[in-house]
Design a protein around this ligand. Structure first.
Ligand code: ASN
Length: 485
């Protein structure tokens, strides 16, 4: 009797577990936000890459779009690259990421993962002509890898054992280019990605078997957007059921998949196929430079005047500002504003407050240029002989009037060439703030290279574009300068 009751109880509890799992699988989640920002890699074909029309496609892009449609939520996708995407999710600049991301125990501490949608090994690739055939052969050689990836973790864990050097890259394009040009002896990446590159004509081979498979999944920051994970899982299950999932995989993994039809192996071909994108990047660069420089002028003039003020506290404030801003590299300043500050605010208020990348870039550039302009203003004013101020003051004219009417007009003439110089520097420095994922001209070029590996021609095009705009603007400024003089 007792046994019968136990058996009955066990059956009952098994039934309950089964029922609850069924309920869980159908557990429909509803979107909480009107739009979810999804961050991804920039070049990780076949999972995510740009097609010939400069649109991001690939398994991950198709999957997330199909899932959003199936589950009825809206998304905006950005493609700043893998390590920027990791940061984006951590700092609330994105709600989730899909970037062929491997589920690892370390990552589980900071991310919540969806069900896996694919599995992939990490594998080593070397040039076709290379003699490397085992990890031991890598001794003393340099292996390239993308920053923040599971392949990087594998390489770091085994570095002592095999004695190779590791070089990290921020994006797949420069990683693959470096193996191509021989600046690294080998690279490590996810197997489907390396296989895809070989299929696309890269002269690589994979002499060593891949390391144990990793599962790829969609991720959100630990504890946030739980509904997004649920919707992803439900959507993925539906796509698997209705055959869409298989179709997507087939589209990118079949042998005849997406071959380049447009010839991008000439400068003309590159320009013809990419001019809308280049123009857009160019526009962002110019807007960023002009806006930042205008704000920097205001900042610089204020602090420059402070630094020649007869009041000591004002001089101190100016000195501290210039020393601090000039002493911090622009890239770190931009990263601090874009990732650091939102992270700090979140740890205090428990609320994510992302900042727009263009705004963060503008603030960083304005502060940086502002500090230099403050010095230009100080130098200009101090170059006007001190006797003039004394003479004017002894005639009973006030400090501010002397400044405005006597000192500044002369100082401005001295400062002008330096202002032009500073503007050119600001324009060139816009390339630095691309590090926070801002797609200006330089980043646009890198994205194009990620698709077609034409680094020589593309960088030449970029160099010429910058050269043209800078020459044009400096000529214009020189003319203006002459007129004022
Ligand atoms: N599988 C890689 C990782 O998770 C992803 C990538 O390189 N995009 O580290």
């Amino acid at each position: 009797m007792k046994q019968k009751i136990i058996a009955l109880l066990l059956t009952f509890s098994a039934l309950l577990t089964f029922a609850s799992s069924v309920v869980h699988a159908e557990d429909k989640a509803t979107p909480v936000k009107s739009k979810y920002v999804i961050s991804s890699d920039s070049s990780f074909a076949p999972f995510v890459f740009q097609d010939n029309n400069n649109q991001y496609t690939g398994i991950d892009m198709d999957l997330i779009k199909a899932i959003a449609k199936d589950q009825g939520f809206n998304i905006t996708i950005k493609n700043p690259g893998f390590d920027v995407a990791l940061n984006d999710v951590q700092t609330g600049h994105a709600d989730g990421m899909i970037a062929g991301m491997t589920v690892t125990d370390a990552r589980k501490k900071t991310f919540d993962f969806s069900d896996s949608y694919y599995s992939a090994n990490s594998i080593l690739a070397v040039a076709k002509s290379s003699t490397i055939s085992s990890y031991e052969d890598l001794k003393g050689k340099t292996v390239g890898v993308k920053n923040g990836t599971s392949s990087q973790t594998f390489l770091t864990d085994n570095q002592k054992k095999y004695g190779y050097k590791i070089k990290t890259f921020s994006d797949g394009a420069s990683l693959y280019d470096s193996l191509n040009s021989g600046s690294v002896a080998a690279i490590m990446d996810d197997e489907p990605v390396i296989r895809y590159a070989i299929k696309q004509g890269k002269k690589f081979k994979t002499p060593i078997k891949g390391t144990p498979s990793g599962k790829l999944a969609f991720a959100v920051k630990k504890g946030s957007n739980p509904e997004l994970i649920k919707m992803f899982n439900n959507g993925l299950a539906n796509l698997k059921k209705n055959g869409t999932y298989d179709k997507i995989l087939e589209k990118y993994l079949a042998d005849n998949s997406s071959e380049s039809e447009v010839d991008e192996s000439t400068i003309l071909g590159l320009l013809k196929n990419n001019y809308p994108q280049l123009l857009k990047g160019f526009g962002v660069t110019i807007a960023l430079a002009l806006l930042s420089f205008a704000i920097a002028l205001v900042i610089g003039i204020i602090f420059g005047m402070f630094s020649v003020s007869p009041y000591k506290p004002l001089r101190w404030i100016a000195e501290i500002f210039v020393d601090v801003i000039r002493g911090v590299p622009l890239m770190i300043l931009a990263a601090f504003i874009f990732w650091g500050i939102p992270n700090l605010i979140e740890s205090i208020t428990n609320q994510q407050t992302p900042i727009n990348d263009f705004v963060a870039g503008t603030i960083a550039l304005s502060l940086n240029s502002g500090a230099y302009i403050a010095e230009i203003v100080r130098g200009g004013i101090q170059a006007v002989p001190a006797g003039q101020m004394e003479a004017s003051r002894s005639l009973g004219i006030s400090y501010s009037k002397t400044m405005r009417k006597i000192i500044l007009p002369q100082a401005t003439k001295i400062m002008l060439p330096n202002f032009v110089n500073q503007f050119v520097i600001t324009l060139k420095d816009t390339t630095i703030v691309s590090a926070i994922g801002l797609v200006e001209l330089f980043q646009t070029g890198k994205n194009i290279i990620a698709r077609n590996y034409q680094s020589f021609r593309m960088y030449a095009i970029l160099a010429v574009l910058y050269l043209l705009i800078i020459t044009f603007l400096t000529r214009l400024a020189k003319r203006l300068e002459k007129r004022i003089q």
